[in-house]
Unconditional design. Structure first.
Length: 762
């Protein structure tokens, strides 16, 4: 099925900018001067008084007032404030402060929020631990606290843990947990025995749970608690015997066991079942580092003669750096932005308001554009304004030899303005507006083409476009002091570097814009608005690859290819360009798992590592909803802590279940309904996507080795990744399993060693 990239698209402009009529003499005056001055104040984001127009802004409660929630929990609905100007239009990119004024132990996930396209700022509230306590939260514009609003919330009775029976715990036993205000669904309750999570196998009403005690509990006192969403019960102390009962899993059930030394505490019955074993290290580091491990199964009976042999000791391989020119260039940009982040907000505060000339089609402006791959030189680009939209301005360099036609420019401008820009903003949040024009500039210039020497294009690729936070964070004469996406131009003759057709620009520029625009939004939300650090590279790049996928999802929705609502992995041609890069990267990751980390990138990410981060975030959204992306971006938190706060779960717990999902989702010949949603990617079927869109007949993640009893398997892998192999239990007797450092030693605590176990056969 084919759908033109420039098919008729529904208009979804911002609410605030006026509609723009295009024509040879059209003139558009930007926003009112008041809004311009506010934009200058927003860039500063200081705690002092904002620019004068803020005094005329009106605040109202949009949602989230008068809520109740269990003591200690995060309220279901965010506290939401709408900011409107004197003309009653929503004001975007306006900082709003939230402050707890009463309520013992209450806290906010973010004390500063920034209004989005709808003029709404949001913050989430965790009420205190005291039942009946009333929490009050003030919301106000910086410098105008006396004119703020007040939200009220009341802490209701928290869930309570009353008993654990029997109180003498033995790993693998099923115990009864009684209390009140439990979740009616087994998946809605997390029962912890110390740091280890038990398996909830049954629920009765809201007061009784049947729970399997997790493996590898050491003997002695163990604190037991139940988490229901963001609320947590009191703790009760039980006694663990330290005895290891056999691990009992039903077919397609899984458990992840953690500990510095998973001695011989894991035991399986001799029932002939086949298990998937997933050794892993859930740690995050500054750079990839290999950790050696050993996996040993010991049986009470001899292995059968026809048991497959385990592979020889794994040879440690150096993780590959497969990033091309574009990825290396982006690595340099993000590194420079990181260095600028500590002073970026001050650069905005010191910046004078830019003169606002009328935006007239055909008017010229000279920009300074990075002109080499190491970021050390800039070249001038004089360009003409060719498109004016509600969200986007398109300038085309006068030196362009084979420019796009007026028709192509209009359609490309409409795509950026009415579809791609809103997709990113709705998903992640608002970009800054330090130049006060209310729009993102797209500069099409051959300076971008010339970044890559002709000799390198066919070997290492080229740079199709980029965003550079230098334009937002520096007062240098080379800073254009505005929100700009730079992109290449058609050059059929190869005048500036490798030849590029108009069709190639139309195909690559939209996907690159979605990716780079997420970086622009993230830099605003983390650095300019909240004075924080820029997001860690793995999460920042992962979110930008999610941004690329937004284009695919948009066109998939317009031209669905499915069978009775079941994802079958076929996507429309119009969507393929937005998704193919992620599929190729993730396929490469799954082909070399032990060498490539989800969270610890080499520099700013190999292709495999980018594929890994995209897979993790795609799975996270399947568990927590697509709204998780906005919460990951609109915060001052970064990296692992950011993921934990947004998800309400430990990273290690999430990571272990993600590792199971990489294998368990869409197993050939197994109905999806038989696999827990926790181990699925929602609407994505990875096996089918790879086969039907990349032409790859084999799923790269293959547990091709079987662990043989009595033969230790030595391996090595970087942090935050996995290995996969199988174990077949003997038909009689039993088998014990040890995951340890070589020779049976303990892992370092900071390695966060875990072993996932997934039962494959009945």
């Amino acid at each position: 099925m084919t759908l033109s990239l420039f098919a008729s698209l529904p208009a979804t402009p911002r609410q605030s900018p006026p509609s723009v009529a295009l024509g040879p003499t059209a003139t558009v005056v930007s926003r009112a001067l008041a809004a311009v001055l506010v934009a200058s104040a927003v860039a500063a984001c200081s705690d002092g008084p904002t620019a004068v127009p803020a005094a005329s802004y009106a605040l109202s409660i949009h949602a989230g007032d008068a809520q109740t929630g269990p003591a200690g929990s995060v309220l279901d609905e965010a506290l939401q404030v709408t900011v409107r100007d004197a003309a009653n239009a929503p004001v975007r990119n306006q900082p709003v402060r939230f402050r707890v004024t009463s309520g013992t132990g209450a806290s906010l996930d973010d004390t500063l929020a920034v209004t989005g396209e709808d003029g709404v700022a949001r913050s989430r509230l965790r009420v205190g631990q005291r039942q009946g306590d009333t929490v009050r939260v003030a919301a106000f514009l910086p410098g105008f606290e006396a004119r703020g609003l007040v939200f009220r919330a009341v802490a209701t009775a928290p869930p309570v843990l009353r008993s654990v029976t029997p109180s003498e715990l033995r790993t693998g036993d099923t115990v009864t947990v009684r209390g009140s205000s439990f979740n009616a669904s087994p998946a809605g309750n997390a029962v912890f025995f110390g740091a280890a999570r038990g398996r909830v196998v049954a629920v009765s009403g809201d007061s009784l749970l049947r729970v399997v005690v997790p493996p590898c509990l050491s003997g002695g006192a163990v604190a037991v608690r139940v988490a229901i969403g963001s609320a947590t019960t009191n703790e009760l102390t039980a006694s663990a015997s330290g005895a290891a009962s056999p691990l009992l899993l039903a077919q397609f059930e899984a458990v992840t066991v953690s500990g510095t030394e998973l001695g011989s505490c894991l035991r399986f019955l001799g029932d002939g079942a086949r298990y998937l074993l997933i050794p892993q290290f859930a740690s995050v580091g500054d750079s990839p580092a290999f950790t050696d491990y050993e996996l040993l199964a010991e049986s009470t009976v001899a292995a059968s003669a026809d048991s497959p042999l385990a592979p020889p000791a794994a040879t440690r391989r150096t993780a590959r750096a497969r990033a091309g020119v574009h990825d290396a260039f982006e690595r340099m940009l993000r590194a420079h932005e990181h260095a600028l982040a500590p002073t970026a907000h001050q650069a905005g505060a010191d910046r004078d308001a830019l003169p606002l000339a009328a935006l007239t089609l055909g008017s010229a402006r000279t920009f300074r554009v990075l002109s080499n791959l190491d970021g050390s030189t800039f070249s001038p680009s004089t360009a003409r304004l060719r498109y004016i939209g509600a969200n986007i301005l398109v300038y085309v360099d006068e030196k362009t030899v084979t420019p796009l036609s007026d028709d192509d420019l209009r359609r490309l401008g409409d795509l950026f303005d009415q579809t791609l820009h809103p997709l990113d903003v709705v998903t992640f949040g608002a970009e800054s507006d330090i130049d006060g024009n209310g729009r993102v500039i797209i500069l099409m210039t051959p300076v971008v083409n010339a970044l890559t020497p002709r000799a390198e294009c066919s070997v290492a690729g080229f740079v199709p476009g980029f965003f550079y936070g230098f334009d937002l964070a520096s007062r240098s004469a080379n800073s254009n002091r505005g929100e700009i996406f730079y992109t290449f131009v058609p050059d059929a003759a190869g005048t500036f570097s490798c030849p590029h057709s108009a069709a190639e620009v139309r195909r690559l520029a939209p996907r690159t814009f979605l990716h780079e625009f997420q970086h622009m939004i993230s830099y605003n939300q983390h650095v300019l608005a909240r004075r924080g650090s820029d997001e860690d590279v793995w999460l920042n790049e992962g979110l930008s690859h999610i941004a690329e996928e937004l284009g695919a999802r948009y066109f998939e929705a317009r031209s669905p290819v499915s069978a009775a609502g079941v994802p079958i992995g076929v996507i429309a041609d119009s969507a393929a360009d937005f998704l193919r890069g992620n599929l190729e990267n993730s396929y490469s990751y799954l082909s070399a798992l032990s060498e490539n980390s989800v969270t610890t990138f080499q520099g700013f990410g190999t292709l495999e590592e980018r594929g890994a981060a995209w897979l993790f975030l795609r799975w996270l959204a399947a568990q927590k909803g697509e709204g998780v992306f906005a919460r990951l971006v609109q915060t001052s938190r970064t990296s692992r802590r950011n993921v934990e706060e947004v998800s309400g779960e430990t990273f290690a717990g999430l990571f272990g279940d993600f590792g199971v999902a990489l294998y368990a989702d869409s197993i050939p010949g197994v109905a999806r309904s038989r696999i827990s949603p926790r181990y699925q990617f929602g609407s994505r079927n990875l096996r089918a996507l790879f086969t039907r869109n990349l032409g790859r007949p084999f799923y790269p993640l293959d547990a091709r080795f079987t662990l043989v009893t009595g033969t230790p398997l030595a391996g090595s892998m970087v942090q935050a990744t996995f290995n996969y192999l199988t174990l077949r239990a003997p038909t009689t007797g039993g088998v014990s399993l040890r995951f340890s450092a070589p020779g049976g030693g303990a892992f370092p605590t900071n390695a966060e060693a875990q072993l996932g176990i997934f039962r494959l056969t009945p």
